[in-house]
Design a protein around this ligand. Structure first.
Ligand code: NAP
Length: 333
């Protein structure tokens, strides 16, 4: 038995490449007192971890090489030296991109057995909670508001659109390809979808929002933020969630025009947040999200790729827009 690990071989110079990673094989770690040995079953890959490799995510610390790539997984407990966990339990842990990892028992979240465990990597995990708190707390959507979401087919974005609909809003999703635009309307329930790759994007955004924008949920920054800013209504809210358009590069662009003038004149609130700030409310949020899933009001999407060794290619592909919903890597059955 061995532990396969995907290790950061070099930091990306420009766009991320598969060969920024290498696969290593090592021995399975042994838990000490109070620790638990976990076997990764599935793990998730999201755009935000690219910011960690760039060094722009200050909360993630300085990027490093020769360490296992970080990531969150659902794992089965293989061995436990803690009374609260036993072999066979399912947990969420900071597994990293590897087969086996050891954790202190208090760093594990038990997965309840009333719902698909993979939901804990998406809709009930960091990204679902990000969509929930970002939209409801920072965006404060009111019934009848126009809500625009960028990276709308991604893990966070496809949930923001659905929660905004639940709150009675008109929703506009921004994505890349015609296929993803169709999916946003037909499967995710956005009222309108437009492509940020269109040469006429600014006009298409204007046409899609005849009454202006009340809430812009910004996953991308860059030109999309620049365009949305000019369509905001008075007292509108811009939810600064992430900057995915500027992660996969060594030379991120500066901020958009119109700040602070537009914010002042239109009394716009533009506010960043980190989901971790709401940790003490995760359980209540999960329970409300679960009720939406059970009633069919919220339909989480994910795409699954088989094999730990596929993780680097799956990450490169995701940054190019290849994912729909939450990207999951199946590591073991
Ligand atoms: N604040 C927080 O606490 C928090 C927590 C979690 C995540 N986040 C942030 O939330 C955002 C979304 O994360 P996610 O995991 O939902 O993303 P994701 O599922 O990994 O999706 C990434 C998507 O971004 C889009 N994209 C890539 N390059 C782009 C570009 N240059 N311009 C426009 N769109 C581009 C692509 O879709 P298209 O096909 O549509 O281009 C891609 O599929 C990220 O910025 C992440 O950092 C923040």
């Amino acid at each position: 038995m061995e532990n396969r690990q995907v290790v950061i071989d070099s930091l990306p110079d420009g766009k991320l490449k598969e060969d920024n990673y290498r696969l290593e094989r090592t021995t399975i770690p042994v838990p000490a007192d109070g620790e638990v040995l976990c076997r990764t079953l599935v793990l998730t890959i999201g755009a935000g971890t690219r910011a960690g490799l760039q060094g722009s995510a200050s909360y993630a610390g300085a990027p490093k090489t020769n360490i296992v790539m970080n990531g969150t997984g659902v794992a089965g407990v293989e061995a436990s030296l803690d009374d609260d966990f036993a072999p066979g339990d399912l947990v969420v842990c900071a597994s990293g991109w590897q087969d086996y990892s050891v954790h202190k028992a208090n760093q594990l979240t038990r997965v309840s057995d009333d719902i698909d465990p993979a939901h804990y990597l998406g809709v009930l995990g960091t990204n679902g909670l990000t969509a929930y708190f970002g939209l409801l707390e920072i965006g404060q959507p009111q019934s009848g508001n126009t809500v625009v979401v960028s990276a709308a087919a991604g893990s966070v974005g496809h949930l923001v659109g659905q929660i905004a609909k639940l709150k009675g809003c008109r929703t506009i999703g921004i994505t890349s390809t015609p296929e993803k635009c169709h999916l946003l309307v037909d499967k995710v329930g956005y009222d309108v979808a437009i492509s940020h790759r269109s040469s006429d994007f600014r006009t298409e955004l204007k046409v899609a929002c005849p009454d202006g924008i009340d809430v812009y949920f910004d996953n991308t920054g860059g030109d999309i933020l620049g365009s949305a800013l000019f369509r905001m209504n008075e007292h509108g809210r811009i939810v600064c969630c992430g900057v995915v358009s500027q992660y996969d590069t060594s030379s991120p662009a500066g901020g958009p025009r119109g700040i602070p003038g537009l914010l002042v004149n239109k009394r716009i609130r533009m506010e960043g947040f980190l989901v971790f700030d709401y940790a003490d409310r995760y359980e209540a949020a999960r329970s409300e999200i679960k009720s939406w899933i059970t009633s069919g009001q919220l339909v989480p999407l994910s795409d699954e790729i088989d094999g730990l060794e596929q993780a680097p290619a799956a990450f490169v592909n995701l940054l190019a827009g290849g994912n729909i919903g939450t990207r999951i890597i199946r590591v073991a059955q």
